[in-house]
Design a protein around this ligand. Structure first.
Ligand code: SME
Length: 162
């Protein structure tokens, strides 16, 4: 499986009328299969109340279903409006542990310009798991999902989900 194939599969799902929720699920399932270092792969969606809420994920269940903007790696990425690549989570203080095995974490925002819809969060048991190639792969999927969010907003009331 390559990221090109994953994007192609997502396009096909959208062409068949899949909901945004279904697309998010397919994206995390596909991403988790793309790299054996991706041990936990999930989506947090940003809601108007300033909270991130856990969406679809692949990996161990987490207690961190709600994360406030500014909290942990996930909330800090939103507060600072940038992606975060943490090579060793033991070296940061503002970290919410999902699993004691996690050693590195990547957060890539799903955004359209200044508008942040959600984020892809990936944990690895390996230190420094997220090299430039891994980051580029996750960024491609995040950019595709940002378009899916935009299309959902453009859809007229009553229209099928993009
Ligand atoms: N480690 C994240 C919390 C989410 S879990 O990794 C799934 C954080 O510090 O925000």
């Amino acid at each position: 499986m390559s990221v090109d194939r994953l994007i192609g599969d997502l396009e096909a799902h959208r062409g068949q009328g899949a909901s945004l929720e279904r697309l998010l699920t397919a994206a995390v399932e596909g991403l988790s299969r793309l790299d054996p270092r991706f041990h936990w792969t999930g989506i947090y969606e940003l809601f108007a109340d300033g909270m991130l809420r856990l969406g679809p994920f692949v990996g161990a269940p987490t207690d961190h279903v709600f994360i406030g903007v500014g909290n942990g790696v996930c909330g800090t990425a939103v507060a600072e409006r940038r992606n975060l690549n943490i090579p060793d989570v033991r070296e940061i203080t503002n970290y919410l542990a999902c699993s004691m095995e996690t050693r590195s974490e990547l957060v890539v925002l799903i955004r359209s310009g200044e508008r942040i819809f959600a984020q892809i969060d990936i944990d690895s048991h390996q230190v420094g798991a997220f090299d430039d190639i891994a980051v580029a792969i996750v960024q491609r999927v995040a950019d595709w999902l940002a378009k899916a969010y935009e299309l959902r907003e453009e859809a007229p009331p009553g229209a099928p989900s993009p």
